[in-house]
Design a protein around this ligand. Structure first.
Ligand code: SF4
Length: 376
């Protein structure tokens, strides 16, 4: 398959592994901020192939994993209202809130339905004029344009029974939170190819200058990931600080300007609580006041609670690179994909689920991710 097979080619991947191993004079610490990349890295054993040259940490790139507890709580509150249908992506149903998940609320009689796109929720609202349909909108800048389209479609159709509970998030403020933290170990970032397809890569220039940290836009296949890692190591070894696009078949400098216009038309930037990471300045997207008629939060009797309750889940430490999933005391014991304690074990893109799926306990390096003496 064109544009896929060449990026899964074992010979090319092996050559890149050897190039990286030759290039690295020390072990560098990189972080990817994309759940798809996390799964690609673990599924293809990229982390183990490069263990001597690179420590790969797994950032907050899984949209389900960062969705705040308060959003699940509010979604359950709305779903329990008579005449309300809560529409959500399937992954969100098992994510724990303060007192259980949407799936548990559904089993108690709440009206929760799975949709595959925000426009499905608009169709549902058209077909159920007697009900209020609330779409739980999660995800990064990659998925937010589809939510914006749904809002504009609902406006065009003059639907009064379609609402959005927006917990969309912005990836760059989360990277800034990690880079500026006192315990930060990350020396370069692999930027998420999907987000950059929408937002472009020039938006990272101020970040690399401010934090003196290379950023490489990276895809998802094994060769993509290795090329991204190679570019990071190349810059770190020679002291370069820049944004490099290692995913040019999808990402342009300015990104997708139509999608950005949609985002800007419907959303405005706000502070947002990220699960496990707390409040991140400018880390979210909420509906602009002119679309308040579609804002589910405006329907709630009380202001949304923004306190994050973690139930013992250590996802914040995992997503900021202070701990790897197998180092969590709950991993594989009181937290499994069948009985998840936290969102990163629920989601198909979560780092904890990835380790559970792809790494046998014997293969896991439980010392990696621990604070290490500075080598610089
Ligand atoms: S293993 Fe479970 S409890 Fe631990 S950080 Fe991951 S999701 Fe949270």
């Amino acid at each position: 398959m064109k544009h896929v097979d060449e990026y899964r080619d074992a010979r090319t991947a092996t050559q890149l592994v050897e190039k990286i191993q030759r290039l690295a004079t020390r072990r560098w610490t990189l972080m990817e901020v994309c759940g798809g990349q996390t799964h690609g890295i673990l599924r293809h054993g990229v982390d183990q192939a490069l263990a001597d040259a690179v420590q790969l940490l797994h950032g907050p790139g899984c949209p389900v994993c960062v969705s705040p507890v308060w959003a699940i709580d509010q979604a359950i509150t709305l779903a329990q209202r008579p005449g309300t249908i809560l529409a959500s992506f399937g992954d969100m149903l098992r994510v724990p809130g303060t007192d259980g998940s949407l799936q548990q609320a559904k089993s108690r009689g709440a009206e929760v339905r799975v949709v595959y796109s925000p426009l499905d929720a608009v169709t549902m609202a058209r077909q159920s004029p007697q009900s209020q349909v609330v779409f739980l909108a999660v995800g990064f800048e990659t998925t937010a344009p589809a939510t914006a389209l749904a809002v504009l479609q609902a406006e065009r159709l003059a639907l009064k029974n379609f609402k959005v509970l927006s917990v969309h998030v912005r990836v760059l403020p989360a990277m800034e939170a990690i880079a500026s933290a006192p315990h930060n170990q990350v020396q370069a970032f692999l930027a998420a190819g999907h987000v950059c397809t929408v937002m472009g890569h020039q938006v990272y220039q101020p970040f690399v200058q401010r934090y003196n940290m290379p950023v490489v836009v990276t895809g998802f296949e094994p060769v993509d990931l290795l090329q991204g890692i190679f570019e990071c190591i190349r810059m770190l070894e020679c002291g370069d600080v820049d944004v490099v696009n290692a995913y040019p078949r999808s990402v342009r400098s300015a990104g997708n300007e139509n999608a950005q216009r949609l985002l800007d038309q419907v959303f405005q930037i706000s502070d947002q609580t990220w699960r496990g990471m707390g409040r991140i300045a400018h880390g979210g997207l909420v509906l602009r006041p002119q679309y308040a008629q579609f804002d589910a939060l405006a329907q709630l009797d009380q202001p949304a609670c923004t306190v994050d309750v973690d139930h013992g889940c250590r996802s914040g430490e995992v997503m900021t690179g202070r701990m790897r999933p197998p180092q969590c005391p709950h991993f594989g014991l009181t937290c499994t994909p069948q009985q998840p304690l936290g969102a990163p074990m629920v989601s198909s893109e979560g780092a904890c689920a990835a380790y559970f799926t792809y790494h046998s306990p014997a293969a896991v390096d439980t010392t990696a991710g621990s604070p290490q003496p500075s080598e610089s």
